[in-house]
Design a binder for this molecule. Structure first.
Ligand code: PLP
Length: 320
């Protein structure tokens, strides 16, 4: 990721906290012509969250943070735990009580203090605030600090390097939305650099029928997304009932000519298993959702034959 140092907020290479994130493979689908899978499960903590935390922990350490904290649906906590250990800084993560044990073990394995909270990520966020008030530390919640999005934007730069052009369509399983928001920022930067023209991929946010605040807000043409009541989905990364970056995300989706789509919760696990078995790619449930969205958008005619599509495998299958 740090080959793009010139567009990252770090001046001195010595400051970089890295575990080798980024430059993930863009793999052609075996099953679907013109569809590529950007395989973010190849990152050090097996999800795209490695990128954001590499940038955020680098800057937090440089700017003097002594303790790092964040609420998480799972993967962001694992990434923070690993990068915190790499930086030599203590980490506190709060996550929903029903987060899969494999993720709790992963965080604790990297030496983080883990607290399980009743409810969902928004409840975990309140616990993080309390812990910081009591013990100090810096809050690395999604979009409450400016650097996670900087790490994630590099996915947009890599797409151009991978394809020599931008795809027609991007499908991204979305919770807090920083992946999408980061890439959208990268496209503007690349245009200012003279690397691309004003063409933009149509960006689609993919959510589950069990938690789809962005899809509902998009359909109702709202500028922000009201909280989703009783969010339930087996795709843990998508269980975000209220997104801090809702306004930015909705604006990007609209400007891009894309949209937001909710897929049937009951089919998500099966679709992820299908990608693993048929493509040989370590796909988590979030990617199962994106795969279902691909089929639905093709069937609806929102993706046409011959269009170049990138589906993000945002993370590996950790939920056993
Ligand atoms: C595997 C996976 N995919 C997608 C997401 C959603 O990412 P974002 O919250 O940046 O939209 C997450 C977030 O936890 C995740 O872990």
């Amino acid at each position: 990721m740090w080959r793009y140092l010139d567009v990252l907020p770090v001046d001195d290479e010595q400051d970089i906290v890295t575990l080798g994130e980024g430059l993930t493979p863009l793999l052609p689908s075996r099953e679907q012509a013109n569809v590529f899978i950007k395989d973010e499960s190849k990152n050090p903590t097996r999800s795209f969250k490695s990128r954001g935390m590499a940038a955020a922990v680098t800057m937090a350490k440089k700017l003097g943070a002594k303790r790092l904290a964040a609420p998480t649906a799972g993967n962001a906590g694992a990434a923070l735990s690993a990068y915190g250990a790499r930086a030599g800084l203590p980490v506190f993560v709060a996550m929903p009580r029903d987060t899969p044990q494999s993720i709790i073990d992963e965080c604790e394995g990297y030496g983080a203090e883990v607290e399980l909270v009743a409810g969902v990520i928004t409840d975990a966020a309140k616990r993080v605030q309390q812990s910081i008030a009591e013990h100090g530390g810096f809050d690395l919640s999604t979009l409450k600090e400016p650097y996670r999005v900087e790490g994630k934007k590099i996915m947009g730069y890599e797409l151009l390097a991978d394809l020599d052009r931008l795809p027609d369509v991007i499908l991204y399983p979305t919770g807090g939305g920083t992946g999408l928001i980061g890439m959208w920022k990268a496209f503007d930067e690349m245009q200012r650099l003279g690397w691309i023209d004003s063409f933009r991929p149509r960006m689609w946010s993919v959510q589950s029928s069990g938690c789809a605040p962005i899809v509902r807000a998009f359909a109702q043409q709202l500028e922000t997304a009201p909280e989703w009541e009783s969010p339930e989905t087996s795709a843990w990364g998508l269980r975000v009932p209220r997104a801090v970056g809702d306004r930015l995300m909705l604006a990007a989706l609209r400007e891009s000519g894309g949209g937001a789509i909710a897929v049937d919760e009951a089919q998500i696990e099966g679709a992820a298993a299908e990608i693993r078995k048929r493509e040989g790619i370590d796909a988590g449930p979030e990617t199962g959702a994106a795969w279902l969205a691909l089929r639905e958008l093709q069937a609806r005619g929102d993706i046409k034959d011959g269009e170049l599509v990138v589906v993000f495998n945002t993370g590996g299958n950790k939920y056993r």
